[in-house]
Design a protein around this ligand. Structure first.
Ligand SMILES: NC(=O)c1ccc[n+]([C@@H]2O[C@H](COP(=O)([O-])OP(=O)(O)OC[C@H]3O[C@@H](n4cnc5c(N)ncnc54)[C@H](OP(=O)(O)O)[C@@H]3O)[C@@H](O)[C@H]2O)c1
Length: 303
């Protein structure tokens, strides 16, 4: 149990990360609500101690029915489907609706998970929260605008917002490149020298809790592990661990199919560490250990 008064928490977009966060907060004694558009996941939410709420943040009317007030709000909505218009509706319009719906004296912290894709650096340089952000695509422009909207509300209306910029999320059942590799469908991009930045789902949960408890309103924090890795090094590690072949170099279509632009940078996490965040999985090696073991068992049991 935590030492402080239990909070009323709203997790908006209670999906992959939200579910793990909700389970953690509920087991810590907080009263947790999880919002999503569909019934999907309601049973799993209840099993995790989360109270399901149905609603779409792009519809202001839906949010008038929220069982507030809330002390902590976490916006984890993700626009997995649709094009750039839907993306903007969810990240910018949805955020505006949500901010209006939850503002008030009871609100102590509002955490938003943006993305390290707002850093457009392609030269392998190290980036921290003071590095420049330049939109490379309409989707990253939406992420930047969502952040700006929040940042402006901090001095204007004392809105207690903290932004986390998460790198590539992986964990049980997730991890795009890893799963492509296992399926024999991964491709190398060029000479594979681009840097990848990752965070295990459970460490992102820890980052969100740190931001809720100790994040400073108006600040942005990178949420990523200690170990940026080049694509080549990552594949070489998988080849060694699993005894599978090195993926072939992909064509131009592999790059053009991506929603977000390809960048190459090494993201630093010192600012989040400075507020007491501790990593359980400092690198992909520890984070993927269980998955690697399971994949090896499957490979070995093949006739
Ligand atoms: N994946 C990455 O590597 C990555 C990297 C950086 C940052 N992020 C950010 O991290 C956060 C968490 O990601 P995740 O992987 O947990 O996402 P996820 O599993 O896709 O979950 C997102 C949830 O949002 C709900 N949702 C979508 N649109 C909604 C709307 N209009 N109103 C209400 N709920 C809505 C979805 O449920 P319904 O469909 O039932 O509504 C789903 O449960 C997101 O903000 C994402 O942008 C992700």
């Amino acid at each position: 149990m935590h030492n402080n008064t239990p909070k009323r928490v709203l997790i908006v977009g209670c999906g992959y990360v939200g579910m793990a966060l909700g389970r953690h907060l509920a087991s810590d004694g907080h009263v947790v609500f999880g919002l999503r558009r569909s019934q999907a996941g309601h049973e799993a939410m209840e099993a995790a101690g989360i109270r399901p709420v149905m609603g779409d943040i792009t519809r202001a009317d839906d949010l008038r029915q929220l069982p507030g007030p809330f002390n902590w709000v976490v916006n984890l909505v993700s626009s997995s489907r649709g094009g750039t218009t839907e993306y903007r509706d969810v990240y910018v319009g949805g955020m505006r609706n949500l901010m209006k719906a939850v503002a008030g004296d009871d609100l102590q912290k509002f955490v938003y998970t943006s993305s390290t894709s707002v850093y457009s650096q392609c030269d392998g340089s190290t980036v921290d929260e003071n590095s420049s952000v330049v939109a490379q695509s309409e989707t990253s422009q939406s992420l930047i605008d969502a952040e700006m909207q929040l940042l402006q509300a901090v001095p204007e209306s004392q809105f207690p917002a903290v932004t986390l910029r998460a790198s590539g999320i992986y964990g049980p059942g997730r991890g795009h490149l890893f799963r492509q590799f296992i399926a024999g469908e991964a491709h190398r991009i060029g000479d594979s020298s681009r840097w990848l930045n990752m965070i295990h789902r459970d460490d992102l949960v820890g980052a969100i809790v740190a931001a809720l408890e100790r994040g400073v309103p108006g600040e942005r924090y990178n949420a990523t592990d200690d170990c940026p890795v080049t694509e080549l090094e990552f594949f070489e590690w998988l080849v060694r661990e699993l005894g599978m072949p090195m993926p072939a170099v992909g064509g131009a279509d592999i790059v053009s199919r991506r929603k977000r632009a390809l960048t190459s940078k090494r993201v630093l996490n010192g600012k989040l560490r400075a507020i007491g965040w501790q990593l359980r999985y400092p690198s992909y090696r520890e984070g993927y250990a269980e998955d690697v073991k399971r994949a090896l068992d499957r490979l070995e049991s093949r006739p």
